[in-house]
Design a protein around this ligand. Structure first.
Ligand code: SF4
Ligand code: SF4
Length: 434
């Protein structure tokens, strides 16, 4: 490698990492558009969740075939990319397989990477067959048309190409590297190249090497636009997930205090709650747009893997209703991206006449939810679509009185009669006289 190669490599690296850093900054800015929420409690349980669910993938293996394949791809892909350390050193300093001085340990590492590369290759092919040949229904719901469908396929192709390049690089490097030619997988590719002269082999090896590192940098930058952002976000997402028992809804402090005040004859109705406190009356009850959701809900949207496990367990979806919890997460992310782009363009958010509710998620969808929590239970990375549904409903009920007639009637009865039924409290025990 001459100096020009080193300079080109350094420029490629700086551009690749620079764009990635820019996207990470945008991602954090967008997540911070959400409302404050304190999830700093119970750090032991949170670390445990992260270790078990994000690192150990304990919820993935509930579906054993997909779970096992996912673990292979995840572990394989991460470990093989340790090789990138050597590629970066070689690229910057013009060395060739700089870590080969590690001798037997180096050969062991390369051999392990090759076995993992083959396993990853086989797993992504199986994933492709499950999607495209077996057509597993959850990959073919209506929200999985267009980019979401292609996105999943792009990454599978990407992984196939990256793993193949890694093996070709090793197979064509045998004459040049000091390491032995008996690498467990690439040795079977060596015969394909045995009639090539040294010059051609050199160019094939270099091409595979450059494409491999360029592919990794492209992959890194593609993450922001893809459902594969979960590779990074699954960790904070599981750490900051809700630890309350499922089914326990958060109370709106402002509403609770309002009710307490109504019941307390000594309360001062004009006493203002301290600014920024939870008791302070919010500008809006519930959520109609992404900025009304909290930052964990927005992080959830970016973390969703679009696997559809939630939707395939959702009773509303199964019985043919409009609702798909996966679509709730995807639409929240779409709207958040739209708001982020608006800020990029105008320096701050400029009213665009749209909002999450109605323009992205319809009332029909959110009222179809039974609040059963199956989606939360099924999600392999502890995403909570239900919390978004509940906040949107709160807005409809408290800000617009836009609940269904039956629900409005029930709420009125609770208010007037202390029970959901339409009869006086005094008549409650009449049934015993019949
Ligand atoms: S909580 Fe709602 S969205 Fe989630 S599975 Fe149950 S019905 Fe579906
Ligand atoms: S919310 Fe969870 S279960 Fe549903 S599609 Fe996203 S990652 Fe999968």
């Amino acid at each position: 490698m001459n100096y020009i190669d080193n300079i080109v490599f350094a420029i490629l690296l700086i551009i690749g990492v620079g764009f990635f850093a820019r996207n990470v900054k945008k991602l954090i800015r967008n997540i911070k558009l959400g409302k404050q929420l304190d999830r700093s409690d119970n750090s032991t349980a949170r670390w445990k969740n992260m270790a078990m669910i994000a690192l150990g993938q304990s919820k993935m293996v509930k579906r054993p075939i997909a779970g096992a394949l996912h673990i292979i791809v995840y572990v394989g892909f991460i470990i093989i990319n340790i090789e990138v350390i050597e590629i970066i050193i070689d690229g910057l300093f013009g060395t060739h397989r700089v870590l080969s001085f590690l001798g037997g340990f180096y050969s062991f590492l390369i051999a392990s990477f090759e076995i993992l590369a083959l396993l990853v290759l086989v797993s992504v092919i199986v994933f492709w067959i499950r999607r495209m040949v077996l057509k597993i229904p959850r990959f073919w719901n209506k929200e999985m048309k267009g980019f979401p469908k292609n996105d999943a396929l792009y990454i599978l192709y990407f992984e196939m190409v990256l793993m193949s390049l890694f093996l070709i690089m090793n197979a064509t490097d045998v004459p040049f590297q000091q390491a032995d030619a008996g690498n467990p997988i690439s040795q079977f590719l060596v015969p394909l190249f045995e009639n090539f002269n040294a010059g051609t082999l050199f160019y094939i090896e270099r091409t595979a090497w450059w494409l491999h590192i360029a592919g990794i940098l492209v992959f890194l930058n593609y993450l922001y636009y893809s459902k594969h952002l979960h590779i990074l976000l699954a960790f904070p997402n599981t750490y900051f997930a809700n630890l309350n028992p499922k089914g326990k809804l958060n109370n709106l402090e402002a509403v609770t205090n309002e009710v307490k005040m109504m019941l307390d004859p000594n309360a001062d109705p004009f006493a203002a709650a301290p600014e920024g406190s939870e008791e302070e009356i919010p500008e809006k009850f519930g959520a109609s747009d992404v900025a009304d959701l909290n930052w964990v809900q927005l992080m959830n949207a970016y973390t969703c893997t679009e696997c559809g496990r939630c939707t395939s367990a959702c009773p509303a979806n199964i019985t043919g209703k409009e609702l798909s919890p996966r679509a709730i997460m995807m639409k929240t992310r779409d709207r958040l991206e739209e708001v982020g782009e608006n800020i990029n363009k105008n320096g701050e958010f400029k009213y665009d006449g749209k909002q999450l509710l109605n323009d992205f998620i319809t009332p029909e969808e959110i009222w179809a939810c039974t609040s059963c929590n199956a989606c939360v239970e099924e999600c392999p990375i502890n995403i909570d679509p239900l919390s978004i549904i509940i906040d949107l409903r709160r807005y409809l009920v408290m800000e617009q009185s836009a609940a269904s007639q039956e629900l409005n009637m029930m709420m009125m009865n609770i208010e007037n009669n202390g029970a959901p039924w339409q009869y006086n409290q005094m008549d409650r025990l009449n049934w015993k006289d019949e």
